[in-house]
Design a binder for this molecule. Structure first.
Ligand code: PMP
Ligand code: GLU
Length: 405
């Protein structure tokens, strides 16, 4: 038999260097444990626990019956791009034309398209940290250099304008963030974004990728887009999608809004890699947007209630420090009080990965270690789960953590 080394030598350096997505890896571990018969509560995966609203499912069925089974235009059906233009005007007061919109197979592909399109080897990409897992790895895939700018829980995970300024060099090509943020739930206000934009105004070679996929899950009532500032708008790529706000993770529809040169470049990239997104999913997305925000608002109200439920329960767990997330469906507490402690079978907990594995194996609750998001002192718990599951999960975690000495 060949050794593993011989077998994997077939693989490119590119894929060998790539880390697996930790959110997906943890969800996989949880499924494996469940398959062995354990009652696992999975708070690791960032996915709404709601079904896609019925009117969207009905539109997909109609699309099939109407014969939408052929290849689609690479950048998306004209009616979907038009609805996205209308949405950007209605919700964000942004003026775009369909030629500025590229629909992709999930916002994940939108993000990869943009990075591949803008980044040359050695270009620096400033990533507001804690950050969503895939940002750093895709930048590396493009041979860019991730520059992580870290915010702390004491500052509600919002970096300061000075931190951004200090991170910029003559090699900086792109700045990336999500708001509402995965994993912290932080939401940037208009004033905070303006302060960042004023710094970027002085550096005309820098583009900004504003990931707004959690836009509709925002408990502050106000969503601010970086593209609203005219003096920087042509350097902003807004990323959004249907997975979170419309509970459509499996349908795989995301999009960007950007100046035409960038949209055309993403179209070209996609034309070689996937072509247009699934015809049925696109027609469902048209219906989703036409239906407005009602369904999202109902889901968001449930997330807010669950956030408060979990925050209340976490207060009773010694050593867990929380802030109050303002959007998305994650709580990102500091759990470092447990580092250095030992499990009943003598394993030392050195960081968030070991703690998350202990919690998985002892409490049968899956959550993602903060190191995957650039903050080893934290762990990410999704609260997109039923009240009963959340209560049970917090109780089990409390019991397990009390075993650490
Ligand atoms: N951005 C962020 C911040 C996310 O959490 C996700 C979750 N998957 C994505 C982008 C990608 O979403 P999707 O590919 O499902 O549209
Ligand atoms: N965005 C979700 C998460 O952060 C889904 C998993 C993924 O796409 O990485 O858990």
């Amino acid at each position: 038999m060949q050794s593993t080394e011989q077998v994997t030598s077939f693989l490119s350096d590119r894929i060998t260097a790539l880390a697996e997505s930790q959110t997906i890896a943890m969800a996989k571990k949880a499924r494996e444990l469940a398959a062995q018969g354990h009652d696992v509560i999975n708070l690791s995966f960032g996915e709404p626990d709601f079904q896609t609203p019925q009117y969207i499912k009905d539109a997909a069925k109609k699309a099939l019956d109407d014969g939408f089974t052929f290849y689609t235009p690479v950048a998306g059906y004209p009616d979907l791009r038009q609805e996205i233009v209308a949405k950007l005007k209605r919700d964000n007061n942004l003026d775009y034309k369909p030629e500025n919109i590229v629909v992709s197979t999930g916002a994940k592909q939108s993000i990869a398209n943009v990075i591949m399109t803008l980044i040359n080897p050695g270009d620096e990409v400033v990533i507001f940290s804690p950050y969503w897992v895939s940002y750093e790895e895709v930048v590396k895939l493009a041979e860019g250099v991730p520059v992580l700018v870290k915010a702390s829980i004491d500052n509600d995970f919002v970096i300061t304008p000075e931190q951004l300024e200090n991170a910029i060099t003559s090699n900086t090509k792109l700045v990336m963030y999500s708001s509402p943020c995965n994993p912290t739930g932080s939401v940037f206000s208009k004033d905070e974004l303006l302060a960042f934009a004023r710094i970027l105004e002085k550096h005309p070679q820098i583009f900004v990728m504003a990931d707004e996929i959690y836009e509709y899950i925002n408990f502050t009532g106000e969503h601010a887009s970086m593209a609203q500032f005219d003096f920087i708008k042509d350097r902003v790529i807004t990323v959004n999608g249907f997975s979170k706000g419309y509970a459509m993770t499996g349908w795989r529809v995301g999009y960007i809004a950007a100046r035409k040169e960038i949209a055309d470049a993403c179209d070209k990239m996609q034309s070689q890699i996937t072509s247009g997104t699934c015809s049925i999913a696109q027609k469902a997305a048209v219906a989703a947007l036409k239906g407005g925000r009602g369904a999202s608002e109902e889901m968001s109200a449930a997330y807010l209630r669950r956030r408060d439920l979990v925050l209340g329960l976490m207060k009773d767990i010694p050593g867990i420090v929380t802030n109050v997330p303002q959007g998305a469906f994650y709580i990102f507490p500091d759990v470092s009080a447990y580092f250095g402690k030992t499990t009943p079978d003598g394993q030392k907990i050195n960081g968030s990965f070991e703690l998350s594995m202990f919690i998985l194996n002892d409490a049968h609750v899956a959550a993602v270690s903060g190191d995957a998001f650039g903050a080893d002192e934290c762990m990410r718990f999704s609260f997109a789960a039923s009240d009963e599951k959340l209560k049970e999960a917090m109780e089990r975690i409390k019991v397990s953590l009390a075993k650490l000495q």
